[in-house]
Design a protein around this ligand. Structure first.
Ligand SMILES: [Zn+2]
Length: 289
């Protein structure tokens, strides 16, 4: 778990040349049943959601291109047949790295419009990696006996995030709008927003049934209680940093003071406490009138 958290930040800032040299040989894909016909796959990068059934397979996110064959094998083991749809929760490479492989092979890729815009703006993106169907606010895929809703709530982790709700199975894939048990990475350079991020989490909490299963972008399969704890952390830590800034404290002073002990474990993985404080301060500077 920790190793997986630690892999991600490095990956986000690696060039594709460095990525190509990264060794994925030892990564194994773990398959976890979530609810009904929905599964979660873990390997390296963002967690994958899968719907299997008589209509075929649908996948949410696809980690890295060098893992595509292993991911494909895990899918075939669950349900031999065609991967009909691939949904991207956002554009980051640890969630869309396999797009070129699955897009070229058979899958129709669906994502929010800004995902396509950002992928298309990257000179390294192949045409096959780009979403074929895009939407601004919401879309639904009627598949394997249920409505699978994609909802964009505005700027959050990036400017192109979708929350994906398997309405029949009562499962929600949050993408990187949820780091279970950790401080989140919020990509301010890709249109992300701390206020928007928190608002999206609050909106999801208002809407989903209390017994829903939640697939986070990173971290273990979660419950609504886990998402509530994450939301409480976001509200409290962002409030504290905002108050310190209003009191005239500098970034260094805020970092030295740190955050309350109860959030310490959130800083042991992907984003440490200092980096989370930096994100909150940078965001505050950006949104200052
Ligand atoms: Zn991300």
């Amino acid at each position: 778990m920790k190793a997986r958290f630690l892999l991600a930040p490095a990956v986000l800032f690696l060039t594709s040349a460095a990525l190509a040299q990264r060794d994925f040989a030892n990564v194994e894909i773990q398959t976890l049943p979530v609810a009904k016909n929905i599964y979660m796959l873990e390997g390296a990068g963002g967690n994958i959601g899968v719907s299997i059934g008589t209509d075929g397979n649908l996948m949410v996110d696809d980690q890295f291109a060098p893992l595509a064959a292993k991911i494909d094998a895990a899918l075939q083991k669950l349900n031999p047949g065609k991967l009909r749809f691939l949904l991207n929760t956002h554009h980051h490479g640890d969630h869309t790295g396999g797009n070129a492989v699955f897009g070229a092979k058979e899958a129709t890729i669906i994502a929010q419009s800004n995902v396509r815009r950002r992928l298309a703006g990257d000179a390294n993106s192949k045409k096959e990696a780009l979403p074929v169907i895009t939407f601004d606010h919401s879309a639904s895929v009627h598949f394997n006996g249920e409505e699978i809703k994609l909802l964009h709530h505005g700027p959050g982790h990036t400017d192109g995030d979708s929350i994906i709700h398997f309405t029949g199975a009562n499962v929600v894939h949050m993408g990187d709008q949820f780091f279970n048990g950790g401080f989140p990475f919020i990509d301010l350079n890709s249109g992300g927003s701390v206020a928007g991020y928190i608002k999206t989490v609050a909106t999801v909490l208002e809407k989903i049934p209390p017994d829903a299963k939640i697939i986070p972008g990173h971290g273990k399969l979660a419950t609504v209680e886990d998402l509530k704890a994450f939301h409480a952390m976001l509200v409290e830590t962002s409030g504290l940093v905002k108050k310190s800034l209003a009191d005239g404290k500098s970034l260094d002073e805020i970092k030295t003071a740190g955050l309350p002990e109860k959030w310490k474990s959130f800083g042991t993985g992907f984003i440490n406490t200092d980096r989370w404080i930096e994100t909150l301060c940078n965001d505050a500077k950006k949104t200052e009138p």
